[in-house]
Write a new protein. Structure first.
Length: 72
């Protein structure tokens, strides 16, 4: 968040009115129980088969529950 603010001049990392609010929610069912020991592996490798569920860009919901609501 600090790097984005320094480079682009706006803050990120907070979901609040007036903030960019870019967000992606991923539908992910891990093949093993998540733990501190395997968390990083799940992030790096496990999300290969995960599907995108919901996206928000500049506070506008573009896709919700895997249905596209808006596009250009």
């Amino acid at each position: 968040a600090d790097i984005v603010e320094r480079q682009f001049g706006f803050s990120v990392g907070e979901i609040a009115e007036g903030q960019p609010a870019d967000l992606a929610i991923i539908d992910y069912d891990p093949p093993t129980q998540l733990s501190e020991a395997n968390y990083l592996g799940n992030i790096v490798i496990g999300h290969v088969d995960a599907t995108l569920e919901t996206t928000v860009c500049w506070g506008k919901i573009l896709m919700k529950w895997k249905k596209i609501l808006s596009h250009d």
